[in-house]
Design a protein around this ligand. Sequence first.
Ligand code: KG4
Ligand code: ZN
Length: 338
Amino acid sequence: MLVLGIETSCDETAVAVYAPDHGVVAHTVFSQIDLHAKYGGVVPELASRDHVRRLLPLVRATIASAGSVPGDIDGIAYTAGPGLVGALLVGAALARSVAWSWGIPAIGVHHLEAHLLAPMLEARRPEFPFLALLVSGGHTMLVEVRAVGQYRVLGETLDDAVGEAFDKTAKLLGLPYPGGPALERLARQGTSGRFEFPRPMTGRPGLDFSFSGLKTHAVTTFHKYRGFPGIDADIANAFQRAVVETLAIKCGRALSQTGFSSLVIAGGVGANEALRERLRELCAKQGATVYYPRPEYCTDNGAMIAYTGWLRLKAGQQESMAFRAVDRWPLEDLPVVG
Ligand code: KG4
Ligand code: ZN
């Protein structure tokens, strides 16, 4: 069986072919970074138009690089939400129509579920149940994952997502979009401890997050010390340490609360090496094991969509001929598989 995965929820056009017996046999990502860079963030209309231009050639190229032909594909999975509706519609419409013309099923996948299950693409994978820290450009949540489709959100951000806070702070420091990876590089050059930023919402019980105050703290510090040598790197360092420590404190709390012994780091910010290192250390201390997908499966990709779609198709989940694209979609509304 071969499943084609299509991801167009934001600014990456991504396609993959997944074979249950072999794993990911082909995976390609076309990033729109250059297109949006001069605006300092994703412009939804430009994103949709570019998906229209890129998607079909990328589908052809990915199937060919899997050494396959369209007739070999048995099912198509596409991201149905949450995301930018115009961008989602491009993937949904293409997946649905191609599936119809090839006479195969198509299934709409929840983008966050796909991020949560991405570590399953690795040889070293967690067993259910596990705790997942989902940190991306649009979401920050701690999720209890008991089975495929059985999710409980234990805590989430009340304002900015972690990736968004990284991107905004990076923009303040004059770094190119998307700011996360650039800020991580700059933070390595900074002096640790020159500034101490707050660890928001760690002083009270609960598992929710808030990152907008941290970003404001970065702005205030930046303006106060503007022109001092090395200030940008020191702010990047202090910001990243505060984010990482805040996430670690909440992960530690959630591990104790659930009694789970596996922690998964998912989503784009999961590519951050300082975060991975700190959570490895935390888990070693708490007698838990940390799992994360390789960086290319942390950021948006078609492989996680193909894999999640395959799990649901295999379980006999069917969808009508209508295609779906939704900007909001509670993770807890998904049907359980198995
Ligand atoms: O999961 P993702 O690719 O897209 C969404 O679904 O949002 O996450 C993108 C986010 C961006 O905010 C980006 O700056 C951040 O992940 N990011 C990072 C790193 N790599 C990507 N943030 C911090 N450190 C990184 N190394
Ligand atoms: Zn994502």
